[in-house]
Design a protein around this ligand. Sequence first.
Ligand code: CU
Length: 123
Amino acid sequence: MRKTSLGLVGLLLLASCGGDEGASISGDDVVVEMFDNRYEFTEIRIPVGGSVTFVGAGRNPHNAMAADGSWSTESVFGSLEQGEGDEAVLEFDTVGEYVFYCSFHGSATGQGMAGTLSVGPTS
Ligand SMILES: [Cu+2]
């Protein structure tokens, strides 16, 4: 009996993780952890004037940079290598749509450790 129920839990966990590309978040000031090797949220929406805080949460160093080169965590943190607990707060004052990625584990084409950020009206 015990073994059966544990198996079921495992299946449910697999089901909730598999399939879609990642979690989304929206808010005025959002926090996104950078795991090994993916972002906690891969679809981020904030209003103009909002912010995104990228926090290191893995054993590997991570960062986030816009594919178009318009912003990066390096510009505020001072290094491409954010370790566990290191924070970079990015504020956005203009409307924009960005693909972002980790220079170590992703690519500007949105492969690997990458996500999208939308800055604009939230409703
Ligand atoms: Cu990374």
